[in-house]
Design a protein around this ligand. Structure first.
Ligand SMILES: Cc1cc2nc3c(=O)[nH]c(=O)nc-3n(C[C@H](O)[C@H](O)[C@H](O)COP(=O)(O)OP(=O)(O)OC[C@H]3O[C@@H](n4cnc5c(N)ncnc54)[C@H](O)[C@@H]3O)c2cc1C
Length: 390
């Protein structure tokens, strides 16, 4: 097995100049300031709402770190820079929180543009979308528990299905696999059902449509087993992005407020254990399943390389991918890619004011010194010191 050293900062940051490294250090240092993060979010929303000229600062800092650009074409340099190190790109149109028909149609058009860009381009092996970018949240929620829908809701849902089918068909015809992100548990049944319908339609010969499972939920291993059974019965190839889950606090809070049992695991260990089991399950049923491990967790990535080795699966097998977000965990992405594994970064893009919810999530996720910020800062500092010794 190619042993991957995730602590190799020389490989991890090879694409960054000394100036880039210092900028990243400054940014992650800011994220570590709890007081600043506390006032930052309301201050940013206020400034953008009243039109204060802060876009330039955002562009040069968080946007530069975590996004490819405002438009697809702006991302080309980033795509090429990543590809020099065998790291591929997943173009992610990250405009969120839209809620009218015109916006949904625009988002669908933009997702199709990413597929067109990816077609025949080995630097862009996947595309991705969120169903909430294409449908009213309230409708997805209404359809979640399959109670009787009104005629109006049924016809609205059929428009949404048609929109998603059009995207998945375009991906299928272009030969570009497409990931469907997982979201809140109170709309996830609707997402799962639509994702499976798409797999039934488009995953007959190849793994084209990928659903996402969040292992911070305690019911997801069962879901994977059921998906497996249905894939055999209905003759399609199941494909999964495997993540821990991004909305833990929100999930717990809603469960508390509405007084139902939380869908979230009782602790991190249970989440980690189910994450590993999900990888094992899919690897035990390789090549029926295709997998994209969306994680910044070194142990999970190492575990997947170990499972691949046990099954004699070559590192660059087209059915197994590792994925991280742009601007985060380069030590994982670049070292795995150097070891010959398939790695693709989510490269979010969109107008600055529209991608703010995405950027705020990244800032929040990176605001604990014990967590991701500590990891990122520590590695950046090691690399700065290493370069000083040269
Ligand atoms: C490429 C990519 C795609 C992604 N796509 C999605 C997506 O479609 N949907 C989505 O929801 N998220 C998605 N995520 C985010 C992901 O779910 C995680 O929030 C994030 O990656 C952090 O988890 P981790 O595996 O990197 O590792 P770690 O840093 O080891 O784990 C942190 C995660 O563990 C879980 N956790 C932490 N504490 C506890 C606890 N006490 N009890 C239970 N669980 C706990 C939470 O999920 C938390 O986010 C994606 C991430 C990546 C890299």
């Amino acid at each position: 097995m190619t042993q991957i050293d995730f602590k190799n900062t020389e490989i991890a940051f090879k694409s960054l100049s000394n100036v880039d490294l210092k900028k990243a250090k400054f940014l992650f240092g800011l994220f570590g300031q709890k007081w600043l993060m506390g006032i930052g979010k309301p201050l940013l929303s206020f400034s953008l709402t009243v039109g204060l000229p802060i876009k330039g600062i955002i562009r040069r800092t968080v946007f530069h770190q975590f996004c490819g650009g405002e438009f697809i074409e702006d991302c080309v340099n980033k795509i090429n820079d990543l590809a020099k190190f065998n790291v591929k790109t997943i173009l992610d149109y990250s405009v969120e929180g839209k809620n009218d028909e015109l916006d949904f149609r625009n988002t669908a058009r933009e997702i199709i543009a990413t597929i067109v860009k990816a077609k025949g381009n080995p630097k862009i092996p996947f595309c991705v979308f969120k169903i909430t970018g294409l449908a009213p949240f309230a409708l997805l929620e209404l359809a979640n528990d399959q109670t009787e829908l009104t005629d109006v809701a049924r016809s609205e849902l059929s428009i949404v299905r048609h929109r998603i089918e059009n995207i998945c068909k375009t991906a299928h015809d272009a030969g570009v696999p497409i990931l469907i992100d997982a979201e809140d548990s109170w709309i996830q049944n609707t997402i799962d059902r639509i994702a499976e319908e798409m797999m039934e339609l488009f995953n007959k010969e190849k793994h084209i449509v990928f659903n996402t499972v969040q292992l911070y939920r305690h019911d997801r291993l069962k879901y994977i087993e059921e998906l497996h059974e249905r894939s055999v019965t209905n003759g399609f190839k199941p494909a999964l992005k495997i993540v821990r889950g991004a909305y833990m606090e929100k999930e717990r809070e809603r469960a508390r407020k509405l007084n139902y049992p939380s869908p979230i695991q009782s602790n991190k260990e249970a989440c980690d254990s189910d994450y590993n089991k999900a990888l094992e399950y899919c690897m035990n049923h390789y090549p029926h399943f295709a997998v994209c491990a969306g994680t910044h967790n070194e142990e999970s990535c190492e575990y997947l390389t170990k499972l691949m080795e046990e099954k004699n699966i070559s590192p660059n097998d087209e059915l197994i991918w590792f994925s991280q977000l742009l601007g985060m965990s380069d030590n994982i992405s670049y070292n795995l890619a150097k070891g010959g594994y398939n790695v693709a970064k989510y490269v979010p893009y969109g107008p600055i004011s529209e991608v703010m919810p995405y950027l705020m999530r990244r800032a929040e996720e990176n605001s604990s010194m014990e967590g991701q910020t500590g990891r990122e800062l520590g590695l950046i500092q090691i690399e700065i010191e290493r370069r000083k010794q040269l």
